[in-house]
Design a protein around this ligand. Structure first.
Ligand code: F6R
Length: 262
């Protein structure tokens, strides 16, 4: 088995894990603000980051955490969905973070999946350009699908993949269909590629809840496998897996010696 570089951080409860992730993001923003430097964040949606964003909002309100020099890039967005649709990731980000902190709207980048099909390739290329122009991503927050996807890089996704149009698989349909009326959920999405994600200088994948236990076990023993897209993270020099106890309950050594963590 190849050695993993993934640092493993295990917490007894979900809330402890959420606060640890938020604290790392807040410290990064604070330190870079102090040095007069901008911070570039890669952000996720879904149930996993909700508590992280709530804690960041709390720190903004109660401790003055300043988002004015932050630029954000979201991992993914559904295709063919208005940004105003409540299940769109545009709406999610507005609801949970953007409308609640002092982040200038023109410094937020969510893929424009609502554009006509023929404009999507250009949108993906432009998204990659915007990341480059911002100087790359300092910190990328990830969740993980039960099928091992990161962003919407569904299995199989190559480690060389860039931001592109993808077809959502059956597992993802089941996970996200609650936000949609019957038959309304899009079949396609735009997603940051695996290679794009791996270029981030720091990556934190949060996996919370018993529902993630099986995929965590699979990830522990799988390296560089397009059928488990998160497995490419093992080779990143500065990536961490943040788990609560239920998500880590099936790991062979949850203290992390196999994953090289603390
Ligand atoms: C969402 C995203 C997805 C989710 C994953 C887990 O922007 O990129 O990869 O992180 O589907 O979703 P939750 O957190 O709802 O279990």
């Amino acid at each position: 088995m190849l050695p993993s570089k993934l640092e493993l951080q295990s917490f007894p409860r979900r809330n402890d894990a959420e606060i640890a992730v938020a604290a790392e993001i807040a410290d990064l923003i604070h330190d870079r603000n102090q040095e007069g430097l901008p911070t570039v964040l890669g952000l996720a949606t879904g149930s996993t980051p909700i508590g992280v964003y709530a804690e960041l909002v709390r720190r903004h309100r109660e401790q003055g955490l300043d988002f004015s020099a932050v630029t954000t890039f979201n991992l993914d967005e559904f295709v063919g969905l208005s940004p105003q649709h409540p299940a769109s990731f545009h709406a999610f980000m507005d609801q949970h973070l953007f409308s609640k902190v002092n982040l200038p709207k023109d410094q937020t980048h969510v893929l424009a999946g609502h554009l006509p099909m023929e404009a999507l390739e250009e949108e993906c290329a432009s998204f990659e350009d915007r990341i480059r122009q911002a100087g790359g991503i300092d910190f990328q927050l990830l969740g993980i699908g039960r099928n091992g996807h990161i962003g919407f890089n569904e299995p199989p996704s190559s480690g060389d993949s860039r931001t592109r149009l993808v077809t959502l698989d059956a597992t993802t349909h089941r996970a996200y269909q609650d936000g949609f009326a019957a038959g309304e959920m899009p079949n396609y999405a735009l997603t940051m590629g695996v290679a794009t994600i791996l270029e981030s200088r720091r990556i934190v994948l949060a996996a919370l809840g018993e529902v993630k236990a099986d995929i965590m076990l699979a990830l522990q023993g799988t390296f560089d496998d397009p059928d488990l897209p998160a497995s490419f993270l093992h080779r990143h020099p500065n990536a961490a897996l943040v788990l609560d106890a239920p998500a880590g309950s099936k790991l062979k050594d949850p203290t992390g010696s196999q994953a090289g963590g603390k």
